[in-house]
Structures are given as structure tokens and as C-alpha cells.
Design a protein around this ligand. Sequence first.
Ligand code: SF4
Ligand code: SF4
Length: 162
Amino acid sequence: MGKSHAYRNLKICSKDCLCLFVCPTGATDNETGQIDFEKCIGCGACAKACPARAITMVPNKMPKQQPKNQVVISELFKIVNSKIEQNKILKSLLKENKEDSRLLKSLIHSNKVMVEDIIREAGYMLPQSKNTHQFLEDIKANGDETSKKIAQTLLDKIEINE
Ligand code: SF4
Ligand code: SF4
């Protein structure tokens, strides 16, 4: 296995085209539509060939998480809290239907995306971080059978590196 493996985003894959022909191991062609992790040697040919940019090369060993200083983390969380407050206001306006609901829904969605990004930026929920592993352990302990299986696979594949 190489240093990375290919991951296909099925939402933007237009199906049955170039990656199937350039892959030297047949890893791109399987019934689930996902690239076969066991067969992929990480050559990157599929990602280069894909016209839809649907394939990303993901490193097998994630780089060390960048340490954040406490001042930066606390500033990031101030922004998170302000976005949460904004969403409370937006949701109450939506309930009262005082404004254009499409605009309110877009603002709520945009705040959610921003909060997710900031939380990731603050060092939470990166694949290689301890808290992601703890999250997966919780799913393994409390989830349904499918979730438990997926959580275990991810725990086996992604090392903690922080
Ligand atoms: S990285 Fe190479 S081996 Fe892996 S799926 Fe793409 S073309 Fe196939
Ligand atoms: S080359 Fe890209 S768009 Fe075409 S089947 Fe492969 S992943 Fe999908």
C-alpha cells in the first residue's frame, strides 16, 4: 500500500468513466461505487484523470495536528457562541415568519457551516485527534450494528496523531 489512498465523492461522480480505465489494480470498479481500499496502491492516476474532480487522495497517516494556543481557541469559541446566539434569533424569526424564510434558512445553514469549520479549526474533530477517536468509541458503544462496524473500521484505520 502507498502513502495515500483514493476516496471517491459519489455526489459528484458522473459514473463509469476515466478512473475505471486508468486504475492499474481495478480498485475503482466495484459494486458499492466506493474505491476498494484493499486494492488501492495510492498511485493517484484516478484523481488526475477524473473530469469531475470527484476523487481525493487521502493520506494513510494523517499529519500531526497543529497545536493551537489557548487564546486562539477561546477567541474561536467566542465566535462559535455568537453564531449559536444568532441562530437562536434567526430560528425565532423563522417561527414567527416575520422575514423571508429562504433568507433566514440560508443564514441558519451558513452559521452552522461556519461553526463546524471553526470547531475543526480549533482542533476538534480532525480525523487524527483524540476527541474524534473518543466520539467513534462512543458510537461503537451506543450505536446500531452498522454504525458500530463503521466506527470500528475507522478506529482501525486512523491513528491518533496530535
Ligand atoms: S490511486 Fe491508483 S490504485 Fe488507487 S484507485 Fe486510484 S488509480 Fe487505482
Ligand atoms: S473518473 Fe471521476 S467522475 Fe468518472 S467514474 Fe471516476 S470518479 Fe466518477
